[in-house]
Design a protein around this ligand. Structure first.
Ligand code: HEM
Length: 178
């Protein structure tokens, strides 16, 4: 029972933290933040906390004999679409920071990294859809309102970014990615 509660709590924590990561990243990319270096550190730290929450979520589900989650589910080998969405989100959550490190070591170009980083939107969408689909707590009106707020935040930030973001002050790229 405690494992199931840990799994539910860490799943929700992961969605909250990654929503903040996504919104902060969009704000950063849209030049809405004055000090890109510190802001990028925060973006990375949030991402790391989210990843820890995901690992705890998946491990708790694997250990919980009532959860009906197997190692093959982690690989995405499952017929339940909600589980496959979770697996897609998991692997993207692992892949995205690896591509960031590859960029820092100049193993990939800024342009390639940027295109790959657009997968962060797919990751966040898969994570939210997975939580809404499978979550026991989706029935709780407060949790449902939280999902609504998360979607409004990321969709709103994306719309702001697509409309041009903040006026350009300089041509500098976010620190660490140049
Ligand atoms: C292979 C990877 C994954 C598997 C097998 C998996 C499996 C599950 C299962 C079985 C549930 C239902 C738990 C319940 O009864 O409430 C669940 C819920 C949830 N998962 Fe995952 N998950 C995975 C990855 C992820 C990822 C990457 C995230 C977030 C970034 C995430 C976030 C959530 C959330 C928010 C819930 C709803 C919690 C609730 O409302 O109770 N999961 N997951």
């Amino acid at each position: 029972m405690i494992l199931w509660e840990i799994a539910r709590a860490t799943g929700l924590i992961a969605v909250v933290v990654y929503t903040l990561t996504a919104a902060w990243g969009i704000l950063l990319a849209g030049r809405g933040i004055q000090q890109p270096k510190g802001a990028l550190e925060l973006h990375r730290s949030l991402q790391s906390i989210g990843l820890i929450a995901i690992v705890a979520h998946v491990v708790a589900l694997l250990l919980d004999s009532h959860a009906n989650v197997a190692w093959t589910d982690v690989l995405g080998v499952d017929t339940r679409p909600g589980i496959v969405l979770g697996a897609v989100a998991l692997w993207l959550a692992i892949a995205l920071p690896i591509t960031f490190m590859a960029r820092q070591r100049k193993r990939i170009s800024f342009r390639s990294w940027r295109y790959v980083h657009y997968l962060a939107y797919a990751f966040w969408g898969a994570a939210v859809a997975h939580g809404l689909w499978l979550g026991t707590d989706t029935r709780n009106p407060l949790v449902l309102a939280g999902y609504g707020a998360a979607i409004a935040l990321v969709v709103g930030a994306t719309a702001w970014r697509l409309s041009g973001g903040a006026p350009a002050r300089s041509s500098r790229r976010p620190a660490g990615t140049a």
